[in-house]
Ligand binder design. Structure first.
Ligand code: C5P
Length: 301
């Protein structure tokens, strides 16, 4: 094999229930992920040493050193199999950077799957998921895609059934938000309050299983939203603009600052997208539906 390309989806969290900070600094979550059809592609080719390149509108914000999750994934797989990570990782980036849509995690999962194919390491699904969990809380979901409930810090996954396609509009903000900063703001805002154990909502899981957008709209929640809004108050204007254009519901995606709007169908999604584009409250707007498949090899030769 001399070149392998893997496509990996973005995610939106339709429920993000956050517990109190743990001794290790992470938070226990009940995290309901839905993969949506916005994709990064990771292409790997043999090289002398490890090299990362990136193309796309946000490419300038992507680190090209060993802190990049794609580089860390290649190193982790090589170490386990006694190889040196002599590979060029090229990321074609369409998922917003630092947007709360798991773009970095997608690149980690993509690089892992691509290097496994390039090097013929033949890692089992379990081994790949184990490496993903070491790389970051959201990386295992990027590998499996679809819909899943993540517990622990979000990495222990149970696949969820979905009874239909959900149509979304995403509004990208003019700047990013740091996930650790949003969790720290959550800690500050909830200090002294009793935080309940995070649990998945039965209504929400039922709505996903039925493919019912109205029931899903009534059940979505994001405990990080007040923290994201506290750090980025202008997001309230974006949420209001999407709601005014007929979104069934609006929410911050994960730790933000991307905002997500659920639409009844593709026509409604287009109308909401158009209204957001002219609202002056966001940098760019995309439509995408979910569930979308997880990391997939789309080219190999
Ligand atoms: O796991 P990941 O590296 O993606 O997490 C990034 C940061 O987000 C962590 O360093 C931590 O500050 C925060 N986090 C958390 N609890 C989680 C997941 C992430 O506090 N369950």
């Amino acid at each position: 094999m001399s070149v392998v390309t893997v496509r990996v989806p973005a995610k939106v969290n339709v429920q993000l229930a956050v517990g109190a900070a743990r001794p290790d600094g992470f938070h226990d979550l009940a995290n309901v992920f839905l993969a949506v059809g916005l994709y990064d592609q990771v292409t790997v080719t043999p090289a002398h040493g490890l090299r990362v390149t990136c193309e796309g509108p946000d490419a300038a914000q992507v680190p090209l050193d060993r802190s990049n999750l794609a580089a860390r994934a290649a190193i982790a797989l090589a170490e386990r199999h006694g190889l040196t990570p002599d590979v060029h990782l090229h990321i074609a980036k369409d998922i917003p950077v630092a947007g709360g849509m798991a773009g970095g995690s997608a690149d980690g999962a993509g690089a892992l799957l691509a290097c496994d194919a390039l090097w013929g390491t033949g890692a089992s699904r379990e081994e790949l998921l184990e490496i993903c969990a070491e790389l970051g809380s959201d990386v295992p979901f990027s590998l499996i895609g679809g819909a899943a409930l993540g517990i622990g810090r979000g990495e222990r996954l149970t696949v969820l059934e979905t009874g239909g396609t959900f149509h979304w509009v995403f509004a990208m903000a003019g700047r990013g938000l740091s996930t650790p900063a949003v969790f720290r703001e959550f800690d500050r805002l909830t200090e002294g309050l009793g935080i309940p154990e995070p649990v998945a909502s039965r209504e929400l899981l039922g709505a996903l299983a039925k493919g019912d957008p109205d029931a899903l709209a009534a059940a979505v929640s994001n405990d990080l939203q007040p923290a994201a809004l506290s750090l980025f108050p202008e997001l309230a204007d974006t949420l209001a603009a999407g709601e005014a254009a007929g979104a069934l519901t609006s929410l911050v995606s994960g730790s933000g600052p991307t905002t997500a709007f659920l639409a009844r169908d593709t026509a409604a999604a287009e109308k909401i997208a158009q209204a957001l584009r002219t609202s002056g409250t966001c940098k760019s707007v995309r439509t995408a539906s979910g569930p979308a498949p997880g990391a997939t090899v789309v080219g190999a030769s």
